[in-house]
Design a binder for this molecule. Structure first.
Ligand SMILES: Cc1ncc(COP(=O)(O)O)c(C=O)c1O
Length: 394
């Protein structure tokens, strides 16, 4: 059996983390893996999460199965968080899934049932897992222009020229906010244009929402996903609670479908349940129940929103400080985009060789496409980081 197999390609992000952990240099810096870090370089358990876990320990009396589509209160609370009262919730079907990746998995299995082997248009570049996930599901990944490495902005005209030509058999994958890896995002006006185009062409929007609240705030970050759901008759959203609740290893996500009406939503719900049953049967409950308790309790929710705001402010401060240090070190405004981007990442535009040099000479670990994790930037030491970054480019 196994003689037919070759070694699978390594996941470059987790491989880099392994190298970082093995590096003995005390001044080493991990700007690679996409997890939030506070000023002491720790990925904290959020305060509201710790409180709720204690509650659960005291109150939970059973660990029996929850059900195929998961914790209903959790799914409803997440749907409410994302959409508020922007759409008629009768159109919405939601199921619990293991993290953002698990949510996307359920969604693309369902899309492959609806449009077997269908084309999924993915931004160039995108989260490295999008492409192989589509292939594994039997869908046909393709790319659309998104990021201009010269200006470090969205190539919006080219993107739209591409999207405007699509049709009802096409699926368009959009990052709901905080684009990974570029940090370059659509403005509200640009979301309006994208939504109108999708409505006109009938192309199907699939939104990956892994960083809600990490950009400009919960409401502002939800603009795009709400606009699409309001404008297009159908859409799907893969939500992750990994980053905004700090629940990475608990695997809490929600797969959401917005249908034309209540009847369509019911059909899609039954299909998503059917996919889950045949894939992994049920999702882990712990993280989902934490999120449910936080979102449905006024005081806990306020505490969570406050800490999420602190995390966002930390990343914004890091952006401003690093951009200022880069301006000083490079004597130019070339890197001002770092302060303008939003979310946990920015793509710096360094070559693979320059990225390698950063690792070898300075112990600074970033992904080889030159994506930096802004949360990992040392707030009090941005000058040293900027000096190293500019050093390898000169
Ligand atoms: C764009 C994007 N989508 C989805 C995910 C998946 O997150 P999760 O860990 O919840 O599966 C990530 C995580 O890095 C991401 O960056």
């Amino acid at each position: 059996m196994f003689e037919t197999l070759k070694k699978a390609p390594v996941d470059k992000i987790f491989a880099l983390l392994g190298e970082f952990r093995a590096d003995p240099r005390p001044e080493k810096m991990d700007l690679g893996i996409g997890v939030y870090k506070d000023a002491s370089n720790n990925t904290p358990v959020m305060r509201a999460v710790t409180k709720v876990e204690q509650q659960m320990l005291d109150e939970q009396t059973t660990k029996t199965y929850v059900g195929v589509t998961g914790n209903r209160g959790y799914c409803d609370a997440v749907v409410d968080l994302i959409f508020g009262d922007s759409i008629d919730l009768d159109r919405v079907a939601s199921v619990q899934a293991p993290g953002g990746t698990g949510s996307l998995w359920v969604i693309i299995q369902l899309l492959n049932r609806a449009r077997p082997g269908g084309k999924v248009w993915i931004s160039d570049p995108s989260w490295p897992n999008h492409w192989p996930m589509m292939e594994l599901a039997g869908l046909n990944p393709q790319s659309y222009p998104y990021f201009d490495p010269e200006t470090r902005q969205v190539r919006f005209e080219e993107m739209m020229a591409h999207l405007d030509q699509l049709g009802p058999d096409d699926i368009v994958l959009l990052h709901g906010c905080c684009h990974n890896p570029t940090g370059a995002n659509l403005t509200p006006e640009q979301w309006d244009v994208v939504a109108d185009s999708l409505k006109r062409t009938g192309a199907f929007p699939l939104i990956d929402l892994a960083y809600l609240g990490f950009g400009d705030g919960l409401e502002t970050d939800a603009y795009g996903v709400r606009k699409i759901a309001q404008t297009c008759p159908e859409a799907m959203v893969g939500f992750s609670a990994s980053k905004n609740f700090g629940l990475y290893r608990e695997r809490a996500g929600v797969a959401i479908a917005i249908g034309k009406d209540k009847d369509q939503a019911a059909i899609v719900l039954s299909q998503m349940g059917n996919v889950i049953r045949a894939s992994f049967s049920q999702s882990p409950d712990h993280g989902a129940e934490i999120v449910r308790r936080i979102l449905t309790d006024k005081a806990l929710r306020a505490e969570w929103e406050k800490e999420l705001g602190e995390m966002r402010d930390h990343m914004l401060r890091n952006r401003q400080k690093l951009a200022a240090s880069m301006r000083k070190q490079s004597n130019s405004d070339e890197f001002d985009f770092i302060a303008e981007h939003r979310g946990m990442f920015s793509l710096l535009g360094l070559s693979k060789e320059q990225v390698e040099k950063l690792k070898e000479e300075h112990g600074i670990y970033i992904i080889d496409d030159s994506r930096v994790n802004i949360a990992g930037v040392p707030e009090d030491n941005t000058d040293a980081l900027a000096e190293a970054l500019i050093g390898v480019t000169r």
